[in-house]
Design a protein around this ligand. Sequence first.
Ligand SMILES: *Cc1c(COP(=O)(O)O)cnc(C)c1O
Length: 468
Amino acid sequence: MRYISTRGAAPELDFDDVLLAGLAQDGGLYLPESWPRFSAEEIRTLQDLSYAEIATRVVEPFMAGSVALPEIGTLLREAYAGFDHSAVAPLKQLDKRTWLMELFHGPTLAFKDFALQAVGRLFDKVLTARGRCITIVGATSGDTGSAAIEACRDRDRIEIFILHPKGRVSEVQRRQMTTVTSGNVHNIAIEGTFDDCQDLVKAMFNDMSFREEVQLSAVNSINWARILVQIAYYFHAATALGAPDRKVAFAVPTGNFGNVYAGYGARQMGLPIERLIVGSNRNDILTRFFDSGAMTLAPVHPTLSPSMDIQVSSNFERLLFDLCGRDGEAVTKTLARLRQDGSFEVAPAQLEQARALFAAARLDDEETLAEVTRLQHETGELIDPHSAIGIAAARAKAGDLDAPVVALATAHPAKFPDAVEQATGRRTALPARLADLYEREERMSVLPNDYTAVTAHIRETKGVRGAA
Ligand SMILES: *Cc1c(COP(=O)(O)O)cnc(C)c1O
């Protein structure tokens, strides 16, 4: 399987190189040259398989030529063995036609574990085969940092440094990162904002000599392997509800457009998905796009669903590539317009093409809390604010369909206890394995928002362990 860049000016790579590269050299995102398709009969055979087996069938055709391919079944079984629920991604019925797919039973209680638990292991395999070691550096405002740390802890060929803004992430989120005591895990609290953290990481990637010296790498959500692994749960849910003989719709609380784009991938592979419904919070750049065809930047507002507080959805570029007839030059021009003018608009035919599959709805904080309250009254379920936005979007945008709608629950309610309590008067307990999270010892370095100080710290810390 060969991969091409959405901007059309980077070398074609195979799976392993795409995994390690993350971003393409021309600034674009990698995509398979063509999508493998499953026949109805092939989809039907998935109905009887376990979650890890379905995931194996889904990812195999994309990994042709990878050193990890012969062991991918074992690798995925191990990736999901530590999840708290034997179904891995259990489905729960909310009303006659709406189902909840719980994607929060992994080690850090958010859906990002699905991708990162697999990607950490894939990195290990490929690095071992190549005799290489890397340093992963990332900035986090919440869920990504802990999921990446859990995925990379104790891996011999990876040192991982996660920067978070000091005092600006929730206590659960901070403790999920800082209480991991593995020698290759390093938390840095930056005296600054999330944007400062992100700017420091970007500067490291632009610093060619530092990049080379520490073999810098990333596991952010534009990495193709993360998207690929997420395609599996769309097949898992749809086949459980009767696909390929019954159509299904999905509703997805969306930030960077990675999760819902995996649903688009499932449809490209032949899964009968009738509609993909995007849920946004007040940061509604995507909802405005699907309503109007114009993508216009706006300032980011903090909300009760912080993992969706974004200005630009980076993975949207992958959909744009198809809307532009897979013309990399057109994508490059369109995105340059967004950078220069803060806005671009697609042609009516392109908007029509997007709206044939996608719909979108937006909820502010008040509406989000009202949805959490409603769900508790009507179903007894405590739902986190992100997931509530997906469920409300499903109700708003699937009324005319005669297909079941699966709403993706992206975080455990115990991860956002204050919002859930505000809406329902109840707090959810953390799962037993995290029950002592508030007593565990924390380990982190506090550093100023200063490039020289942070890179010096990474060199020194990495050197100590690297020499051992
Ligand atoms: C990351 C995240 C999202 C957004 O997912 P995208 O793939 O960025 O669209 C939604 N909900 C939760 C809880 C998250 O952690």
